[in-house]
Design a protein around this ligand. Structure first.
Ligand code: GLP
Length: 266
């Protein structure tokens, strides 16, 4: 562990606080590279669940730099992305397929047919079946060795939004079509340019699939995330704060934060 990192146990959750966002991204990239190496050794491939949003951009830049430097190959890596807007074309610059292509897939040696992003063009009548198929593909690949996560300001993970389901129901949610929460669509104005342009539906990997990953890395940086990080780690375990459900599998989750995002942990 680097000298300037702080390791905390917050009511049973493993938390690592880094001095800044760059250091947090580097640590996440270190963990991802180690998981790739271990999974390839144990089962000759590594299956990664990947996230989008502003937070992991520097993680992907770091992974791509390691590839360029010759220290990391993605030839035996299989990826499944967490979510996609719906409907959206893959070449739309706002699609998560495009995001991943720009920030990682086109910069490393991953074979195109090993990258999976939910298809935002599937006809509405087949969207639920396509989502269910995504879960079956992950299972057929032996499950996720790693799920990388970010957190929405309302506590969403992927696009699993706050709900009034029971904990039991919420932790069993499969991959499926969803409506986005007002906090999420408000935050998405940053990407879409105006409120009218924001796509309000999506397909998301379900909480059940996320919680089944063998390791979960939650990355949160910046002061805007401080309140929801504290609510997720210290408030009640409740589907109204989806990230709090990660505490049902706390032993395999690592929260990687920077100091501003950890500010309300006390
Ligand atoms: C988006 C994504 C999430 C992401 C979250 C936070 O809506 N669907 O997977 O974790 O919002 O994004 P950001 O990192 O930009 O704050």
């Amino acid at each position: 562990m680097a000298a300037d990192e702080r390791k905390l146990d917050v009511d049973g959750s493993h938390v690592i606080v880094c001095p800044n966002a760059e250091a947090a991204s580097r640590l996440a990239a270190d963990r991802i590279a180690a998981i790739i190496e271990a999974a390839e050794r144990d089962r000759s491939k590594a299956v990664l669940g990947l996230a989008t949003g502003a937070t992991p951009e520097t993680v992907y830049a770091e992974l791509a730099a390691r590839h360029r430097a010759g220290s990391l190959s993605f030839q035996k890596v299989v990826t499944y992305n967490l979510d996609e807007y719906y409907p959206i074309q893959p070449l739309d610059p706002l699609s998560y397929r495009h995001y991943m292509h720009q920030r990682l897939f086109s910069l490393v040696d991953i074979p195109a047919n090993q990258t999976h992003v939910i298809d935002g063009t599937v006809p509405a009548a087949f969207a639920a079946e396509h989502a269910a198929q995504f879960d079956r593909w992950i299972e057929a690949d032996g499950g996720l060795d790693l799920q990388l996560l970010g957190i929405g300001r309302n506590g969403h993970i992927g696009f699993n939004e706050p709900s009034d389901l029971s904990v039991e129901e919420a932790i069993n949610l499969p991959t499926r079509p969803v409506e986005l929460h007002p906090v999420t669509t408000t935050d998405a104005v940053r990407e879409f340019g105006s409120a009218e342009k924001v796509i309000t539906q999506a397909l998301t990997v379900g909480i059940k699939t996320i919680l089944a990953a063998r390791v979960i890395l939650m990355l949160a940086t910046g002061p805007r995330k401080a309140e929801i990080v504290a609510r997720s780690l210290k408030g009640p375990i409740t589907p109204t704060v989806p990230a709090s459900l990660l505490r049902t599998v706390a032993e395999k989750v690592v929260w990687i934060l920077d100091e501003p995002a950890a500010a309300e942990l006390g």
